[in-house]
Design a protein around this ligand. Structure first.
Ligand code: GCU
Length: 343
């Protein structure tokens, strides 16, 4: 073979290798920073709808630098797992129930108190009040995460496979799933049921296999999580309005430039706004589906006997965590401004 011929073949081989290594030379390498956001709801849930809008918004403004990926349905683990992943920065954001956050910071105990808010209006006004949420949202910075917005999760009520709950005594002898928080276990015990703490993703199977007799949650759990296929009684005893909280890794948030942070803050507000709008529609649709397709009976018991049993928890919480008192009092002023008659 002539020398120039050999050189030509060697040149072609080197060229081919470069093309193969660089991914055929046509597609550009995506070196955008991936932002992982995890949550435990299904894709049709208001939380997911709001986070998809967050993804779209951030990418419309900063899409050349960031690629937001939303992982629904506990794909990244249970809420407790996801909070830990957010703490260490393995993921950037997750949605956790305020109940779960109580085990990471005692300050979150406050929003888990049963019958804390008198009305939905008082609940929303309090959660929109920076003087109430900021001290709590910022209190976990040392632990590696901070709360960036709250998400409406409606009102929590009892629902059971076969025994209608009309008064606290009806809970006696029943195993009721609660979230993994000391406050929720204590509440359940005071009300007379047997508290069975477990992660959200395990509840359907536990109901179906009769490991538990019931649970407590908002109406979406009946449809979005299928609990209404097994539980036929849902009682509006209204024991808690527990928000979900979007939390972010502190190191990630602090590395953002001032301009980027502003855009992210707008994105967090968007999550709150979109979810609240979607929530109203989703709950109405869930109730209708549960009643008409799943055969769930909705009951409207007198909520006072439930409330009377739980109220002493407020005083013991304030005795245990006196620093929360000024915030608790601010919540009471929102209750006074939004009384039950306004509902
Ligand atoms: C609601 C809430 C979730 C929570 C779940 C539960 O669905 O929005 O954040 O995980 O209740 O009871 O665990």
């Amino acid at each position: 073979m002539k020398r120039w011929h050999k050189l030509l073949i060697a040149g072609v081989c080197i060229g081919m290798s470069i093309i193969l290594i660089s991914g055929c030379g046509t597609s550009k390498k995506d070196d955008r920073r991936i932002i992982r956001v995890g949550h435990n709801q299904a894709t049709d849930h208001p939380t997911n709808i709001a986070l998809m809008e967050f993804e779209e918004y951030i990418e419309s403004k900063l899409g050349d630098k960031y690629n937001v990926e939303v992982y629904p349905s506990e794909l990244l683990g249970s809420q407790t797992d996801m909070v830990q992943l957010t703490q260490t920065g393995a993921i950037d954001f997750c949605v956790a129930s305020n109940s779960i956050l109580e085990t990471f910071s005692e300050n979150y105990t406050l929003f888990n108190m049963p019958f804390l808010f008198d009305t939905t209006q008082a609940y929303h006004a309090a959660m929109d009040d920076p003087k109430i949420i900021e001290p709590i949202f910022e209190s976990t910075k040392q632990a590696g995460f901070e709360a960036v917005t709250w998400i409406d999760a409606g009102t929590r009520n009892f629902y059971t496979v076969s025994k209608p709950i009309e008064k606290p005594e009806d809970l006696k002898g029943l195993k009721i799933r609660v979230q993994q928080s000391p406050t929720n276990v204590q509440m359940m015990e005071l009300l007379g049921g047997s508290a069975t703490p477990m992660g959200f993703g395990e509840v359907y199977t536990a109901l179906q296999s009769k490991v538990i007799d019931g649970a407590e949650n908002n109406e979406m759990a009946l449809t979005s999580n299928g609990h209404g296929d097994v539980c036929k009684y849902y009682s509006y005893n209204m024991h808690q309005m527990i928000p979900d909280i979007l939390i972010g890794n502190v190191a990630f948030l602090e590395e953002l430039s001032k301009e980027e942070r502003e855009i992210f803050e707008e994105g967090f507000e968007l999550v709150n706004r979109v979810e609240r709008k979607e929530w109203v529609k989703a709950v109405a649709a869930a109730k209708e589906k549960a009643q008409n397709e799943q055969g769930v009976t909705f009951l409207y018991p007198d909520t006072k006997p439930f409330q009377e049993i739980c109220m002493p928890m407020h005083d013991s919480m304030l005795k245990q965590y006196p620093d929360l008192k000024p915030i608790y009092e601010k919540i009471q002023s929102h209750n006074a401004a939004n009384p039950a008659t306004a509902e």
